[in-house]
Design a protein around this ligand. Structure first.
Ligand code: FMN
Ligand code: SF4
Ligand code: SF4
Ligand code: SF4
Ligand code: FES
Length: 611
């Protein structure tokens, strides 16, 4: 039975708040994918087993600090314990829950400075962030709709349905300036406006939860940690454009996200927040989950629609745009998970509030998955326009092991590599596109001096080439040729003509491919050529890898002082490159050696090294 009015909803909110009052003091055990993989379920079970009166124990979604997990948060004491195992639980129960003291060894210690921090308010990883979309991730139990409702959840949808007209919703979205967080940065209000104006008896809204970028996990965390927020955003989009059905497209590799979304949908239907005639209006809305097969190209909107329709996920030319001819030929709006999860906050707090965060033309916050050689890796949310330096050094805690910053790869396979000279660049759509990179979905890989930039370009080209759907020639053939040339360069077999061909191909693929995959696949190559050209030249002209990474430029050598002539390496070498008599130092013929490394692994005396 649908909720009949705003008054009825207000009563439900009061009931949720009351029911949860008893949870004022509680233990939250992270049950995001990362912490679960590290044993947080056992930690949760142990807390339940040793439960203390008046202390509630619940699970939560990802807190973003997965590297330090499993995490346990104690409220309202504002304590965060990291790396907790089931064996630590008894001590936490006794020392913290019973005696009110902290277990210092379980607090977060900065890996570089060694400083100890008590909770999220102090830990630099958290204190420099602004959490809007991720506000509930790690703070509520995603499987309990009452927790979401008690924190103003579904309030924005209730108002959007009962108090506002679709045009008013779209006006608010236009005024907010929200730009799609799925990569392109297209204004969400304009997208909704086009679909609203399309004439049809049936329309659809689709949430893109495909998230195929390697290393990205922000959409997954939102779906797992705060599924109702995504559903609420989708329902508001449905109300705005006049759609009664929404789809959430999630890759099948995200089983936890699928399970939490399914449970959330069931709960929303049960309490009357989805269904027919919501809040006594003529607006009906429900959501269907579609599991995708996990191809990167299925995130492209026209391919995604084909996939929902049961066809092979291949892009098609636009126009017609989905706003006019989308799912089953009907007007359809497709938005990213993070975009939709931002909508309830905008509708509740207003466009002006949203515009006050971030920068002109790039309002609001953005999540990033920060990985690589930084001290603190994880999922973060910052105002648009924070600089790369602030993100890497203030939140990421700087580089590990006293190494120097060399580059940041931002935006996944569609993005680009920035050098130390760009550390003060603002992380927003416009600033990044000016330097050839992209916000993309928000993947941010930090690299130190020990990284070969040509190898990085080769890695991303390999990804793009293997994910190309093959429909159009520039992408299918061009990415293959580009990969071959990059392999030649890192293999020490390339000429300057190859380099010229690589650059020319990059522009051809970029300009003539059918969909965004091909159009952006050359970005990592183009940006490394722009900012790290000397590394390409060192490989080609000087036959040297400045970072000392590419094996083609390395050689295995036997130290005669350490070699005891045991013959193990000679017997192991698959190409007969090693010679020497028993009990005499052996030697490697470099012209024959295939650089497989088997001899080094076989030598019991550490006489073989790679240099
Ligand atoms: C190859 C390719 C993969 C994409 N993958 C995703 C994805 O995983 N998630 C996503 O939201 N958008 C992805 N996009 C962008 C979508 O096509 C689309 O622009 C986006 O979902 C629109 O939502 P937004 O306006 O809220 O950003 C991809 C685009 C391309 C070309
Ligand atoms: S650009 Fe690549 S992925 Fe896109 S349609 Fe062409 S072949 Fe397929
Ligand atoms: S690296 Fe491999 S090929 Fe070269 S000498 Fe050692 S075992 Fe032989
Ligand atoms: S395995 Fe090591 S010690 Fe034995 S012959 Fe080879 S290099 Fe010398
Ligand atoms: S999964 Fe626990 S912090 Fe991310």
């Amino acid at each position: 039975m649908a909720m009949k009015s705003l008054q009825e909803f207000a009563g439900y909110v009061r009931q949720c708040k009351k029911e949860l009052e008893s949870r004022a003091r509680r233990v939250l055990v992270c049950a995001g994918t990362g912490c679960l993989a590290n044993g947080s379920e056992q930690v949760l079970n142990e807390f339940h087993r040793l439960s203390v009166d008046a202390v509630a124990v619940t699970k939560s979604g990802c807190h973003g600090f997965c590297e330090a997990g499993p995490l346990v948060k104690i409220e309202p004491d504002s304590i965060l314990y990291v790396g907790v195992t089931a064996a630590d639980v008894a001590e936490i129960v006794k020392t913290t829950l019973r005696d009110g003291k902290t277990v210092e060894r379980l607090l977060y210690h900065h890996p570089v400075t060694g400083q100890m921090y008590r909770g999220e308010k102090d830990i630099p990883f958290y204190s420099s962030q602004s959490r809007v979309t991720l506000a509930n991730c790690g703070a509520i139990d995603p499987d309990d709709i009452r927790e979401y409702v008690a924190r103003d959840g579904y309030m924005a949808m209730a108002r959007a349905v009962a108090d506002l007209s679709p045009d008013e919703i779209i006006e608010e979205m236009l005024a907010s300036g929200l730009r799609g967080r799925g990569g392109g940065g297209f204004p969400t209000g304009r997208k909704w406006f086009f679909a609203r104006n399309a004439q049809a008896s049936q329309k659809y809204v689709v949430c893109n939860g495909d998230e195929g970028d390697p290393g990205a996990f922000m959409d997954r965390s939102v779906m797992e940690g705060d599924p109702h927020r995504v559903i609420e955003g989708l329902a508001i989009a449905g109300r705005a454009i006049g759609a009664s059905v929404g789809y959430i497209y999630v890759r099948a590799e995200y089983p936890l996200a699928v399970a939490r979304l399914r449970r959330a949908l069931k709960q929303a239907r049960n309490v009357g927040l989805l269904g027919d005639g919501l809040f006594g209006t003529d607006f009906s809305f429900d959501v269907i989950i579609k599991e995708g097969a996990g191809a990167f190209v299925c995130g492209e909107e026209t391919a995604l629609l084909a996939s929902i329709e049961g066809r092979r996920g291949m892009p098609r030319p636009r126009p017609p745009f989905p706003a006019n001819e989308g799912l089953w030929g009907k007007p359809t709006t497709i938005n990213n998970v993070e975009t939709l999860a931002t909508v309830p906050a905008i509708m509740l707090r207003g466009a002006e509030w949203f515009q006050s965060i971030g920068r002109e033309g790039n309002p609001g916050t953005k999540t990033f998955a920060i990985t690589g050689q930084v001290a603190n890796t994880g999922l973060i949310e910052v105002p648009m326009g924070k600089t790369l330096r602030e993100v890497v050094f203030d939140i990421g805690g700087g580089l590990r092991c006293d190494k120097q910053f060399k580059a940041a790869q931002i935006g996944g396979p569609s993005g680009g590599c920035l050098s130390a000279e760009q550390l003060d660049i603002a992380l927003d759509y416009d600033s990044l596109s000016k330097v050839g990179a992209m916000v993309g979905s928000g993947g941010l890989v930090v690299m130190d001096e020990g990284t070969c930039m040509v190898e990085v370009a080769r890695f991303f080209m390999h990804f793009a080439q293997s994910e190309s759907c093959g429909k159009c020639v520039p992408c299918r053939e061009g990415t293959r040729r580009m990969l071959e040339i990059l392999e030649k360069i890192v293999g020490g077999r390339a000429s300057m003509d190859d380099l010229a061909m690589l650059e020319e191909l990059a522009w051809v693929v970029k300009e003539s491919s059918l969909c965004g995959l091909g159009k952006t696949a050359p970005n990592p190559v183009l940006t490394t050529l722009r900012y790290f050209r000397d590394e390409y030249l060192a490989h080609i002209v000087e036959h040297r890898c400045p970072a000392g990474v590419c094996t083609a430029f390395k050689s295995y050598k036997i130290d005669p002082a350490l070699c005891r002539g045991c013959t193990k390496c000679r017997k192991t070498c698959p190409v007969g490159a090693i010679s020497g008599d028993v009990k005499s130092p052996h030697v490697i013929d470099q012209s024959v050696c295939a650089k497989c490394g088997a001899c080094k692994a076989a030598c019991p005396f550490g006489a073989i090294s790679l240099s």
